[in-house]
Design a protein around this ligand. Sequence first.
Ligand code: PAF
Length: 303
Amino acid sequence: MEVLSTILQLKQFIYHKKEQKQTIGFVPTMGYLHKGHESLMQKAKLECDIVILSIFVNPLQFGPNEDYEVYPRDIDRDLQIAKEMNVDVVFSPSVEEMYPSEVYTKVSVSNLTSRLCGASRPGHFDGVSTVVMKLFNIVEPDKAFFGQKDAQQVAVIKQMVSDLNMNVEIVACPIIREEDGLALSSRNVYLNNNEREQAIKLFEALEHSERWIDENVTIEELKRQLYDHIASAPLAKIEYIEILSYPDLQSLEGNVTQLLVNKEIIIALAVKFGKTRLIDNRIYTGNTINVKREPDLGGIVYV
Ligand code: PAF
């Protein structure tokens, strides 16, 4: 496995691989790798000849009062995991390498970014789409792999790729969970024991949503049920509970089962426990008779 820190080194590596007609799979991350990231590397390895993993905590996507400085980092452990996953190259640039001077050009995807995390974290998705665009220009991947836990991020990146005619296929991979259902996230490490115990309410609420939908609820009623369940955790500070169409993220009204006849629906949650902000989601798709969970996207995978 090669560990490269400059754009030039990486471009040279990729130039040779492309000359040899090798396909490139790319897994962009901010490091502190967990089983969710491992599932992306695994999928990339299955689908592409060469796997490139980037580890870069991108300052552009953090707000002034967010956790950029304290975001968990452990490059030695990450390199060990990448090696075990048979990654070919880890690209781990410095901030100066990625942003040698003030950034004048940003990529901004509108509409999809006005809600959910886009509303609670102003500028976040501009930071994400700008760095992902830069990384795509450097790596020129055939396929790039993202976790569906960040469902809004997946929708935003897909939109950017489509709007700008970029030659990369975006592959969304299922959410990976702890045994009790908590979605894996690098930020889970911030949770203390009490917060960790109560954080399970997000997954429980998503699990119960299947039954509530079967009971023929409206969007408002479903939101209320989700709210009541999560709010029963004394430490939960709910940032949003939203039920929107997916991937276009439009508001919905009316009976959920009827809406599912011709729409995909996302239940998206953001809840703080202490200082830790957790997100989770489930995507439902339906047909005229049965509501069913989307197996590829919202399907549960335990580690
Ligand atoms: O999902 C993440 O880890 C980040 O948002 C990404 C895509 C690596 C961009 O910094």
